[in-house]
Design a protein around this ligand. Sequence first.
Ligand SMILES: [Zn+2]
Length: 155
Amino acid sequence: MTQQPLHDACLLCATEDAEDASVVFRDELWAAEIVPGYEVPGWIILRARRHAERITGLSDEELDSFGRRARDLVAAVSEVMDAPSTYLLVFGENYPHFHVLVAPRGAHVPSDRRAGDILKLRLESADALAARALVPALRAALARALPRGVAAEAG
Ligand SMILES: [Zn+2]
């Protein structure tokens, strides 16, 4: 019996094949994309490019860059969505491949959909077309965030 390739077994690995319209950011180690099932406008999944399981499976190089990528993505998403708060959620229950849901919480989001209850929006507010329509603005905001981040690190 042959072993099933990781790419077929892992939704996060399969996201390597995402269409360009869903990709906000990619570098050698990290990718940020809109993922099917989480298509709430503004919601982005930041994931390790390689199949590394849970935060404990990340390499030193991945750990060193993770905070900067998460920070820059939160800055970009918060700006584009005009969100007073942006959440970072990590579960890894169904897919241990390390990934973080970046979920902006806009001012219009009612109190019973804030904090952990924001996940109720996953089905209530899914809109794949609207989510993808934000990608160009998110890319532009991220491009502005990256040089600022580099400057802050140098200073
Ligand atoms: Zn994977």
